[in-house]
Ligand binder design. Structure first.
Ligand SMILES: [Zn+2]
Length: 398
């Protein structure tokens, strides 16, 4: 269990801190004790910071994965909507062909009835002729009493035969063309039905992919939640360290006979008066950056502005962290500290005594930061207070 091991090492570091704390009544040797204590805190904090930045990186990656999975799911949704429309369209085409084929079937039936009727007429004529005493057309012809009568009779019979034949031929031609039309329509309907089947297969495939994308999103969400939980735990532990630092500053103040004071801060630099982000809730847009801003950001300071101790005190932290970058914490008395973060370099070390206005570092863009700025925090009575109350004539830049 990585997590409990980390907690244990933190607990041991803190234990060591208190084991080394001076016993009551002894003459305090401020620097020796402070350095030991802060070294131990520093190690514990460093370990947490390392783990925190790893988690933040994993979280950012997961969030990337999640947004691309969601994007993929949305694209699939669009494709499914389009395919559904296509299926709808082919269904309309199929019902159109069905209506056309019904019309064609009706035409064929009408044609068949006409042909039947015409054939019946033909048969009836032949029957009547036979009943009139002749067994065939030939009989009619033999009744001719002259050659011209024969020709006339022949012509009449031929004409009747030709007429009947012509009507039947015409009906057959019509039937053929209707059948050809029917075949063509059936062919087109078969093609459309095939297209519809293909579209349905495609849609089933898309549905399957969408289900998978949804499952992936859910899985990533779960991982994100898990990492976020770990990160929250880690942040809680860092807050605990912060509390220990406050405690240490109080002990140090006691050892050095510092008394509790409030206010009396100067600006932490002399170049800019522009505040780009106030204290409190905000949306940073940077993965891993604090959404509950613990101090103010001073913009327009670039990478070369001297950072000044806003009040006299003793440096209790001077280090590089993954979130604050190069930062310095100065204790000014019991529960009273100032913090200066994202500096490009630091000019003081832990245990140093500083005067008000003394240079403690140079502004920069280290740690979780977007563009050069100075992050500045004030703690009084162990709680963070709004630095704007101590930054006269600031310009609102947010
Ligand atoms: Zn800030």
């Amino acid at each position: 269990m990585k997590h409990s091991r980390r907690t244990l090492s933190l607990a041991m570091a803190l234990l060591l801190v208190f084991a080394l704390a001076p016993a009551e009544g002894l003459i305090p040797v401020a620097h020796a004790v402070t350095q030991e204590q802060i070294d131990n805190l520093k190690n514990a904090s460093k370990e947490l910071a390392n783990e925190s930045s790893k988690l933040k990186l994993q979280l950012a990656e997961l969030k990337d994965q999640r947004s691309s999975a969601i994007q993929r799911k949305n694209l699939l949704d669009q494709q499914i909507a389009l395919t559904t429309q296509q299926i709808d369209n082919t269904e309309k085409q199929i019902s159109g062909f069905e209506a056309m084929l019904a019309q064609t079937a009706y035409e064929l039936e009408e044609n068949r009835k006409q042909e039947e009727a015409q054939y019946a007429v033909f048969c009836e004529r032949a029957r009547v002729m036979e009943e009139a005493g002749s067994s065939s057309y030939w009989a009619v012809l033999f009744k001719a009493d002259s050659f011209s009568d024969l020709l006339s009779r022949l012509s009449d019979v031929q004409e009747v035969m030709n007429y009947d034949q012509g009507v039947l031929d015409e009906l057959r031609r019509l039937q053929e063309s209707i059948r050809a039309k029917q075949e063509e329509q059936e062919e087109l309907m078969a093609q459309t039905e095939e297209a519809k089947t293909e579209l349905e297969t495609h849609k089933a495939d898309l549905d399957q992919q969408r289900t998978e994308a949804e499952a992936l999103v859910a899985e990533i969400e779960e991982n994100v939640d898990e990492y976020q939980e770990q990160l929250d735990e880690l942040n809680a532990e860092r807050e605990q360290i912060q509390a220990e630092i406050v405690k240490k500053s109080n002990e140090l103040a006691q050892q050095m006979n510092m008394t509790a004071t409030k206010g009396g801060y100067i600006w932490p630099e002399t170049v800019s008066r522009r505040i780009t982000s106030p204290m409190g809730g905000r949306n940073t847009g940077i993965p891993g950056a604090s959404t509950n801003h613990k101090g103010v950001d001073i913009g327009g300071v670039g990478y070369t502005t001297n950072v000044l101790a806003t009040k006299a005190g003793v440096v209790i932290t001077s280090k590089l962290s993954s979130s604050y970058g190069n930062y310095v914490v100065i204790s000014h008395g019991p529960g009273n500290t100032t913090l200066y973060a994202h500096m490009s370099s630091r000019a003081v070390k832990e245990g140093d005594t500083v005067t008000q206005g003394q240079i403690i570092g140079v502004t920069g863009d280290t740690g979780i930061s977007r563009g050069a700025h100075l992050h500045y925090e004030i703690t009084e009575n162990g709680s963070r207070v709004n630095p704007l109350d101590y930054l006269p004539n600031y310009i609102k830049g947010w």
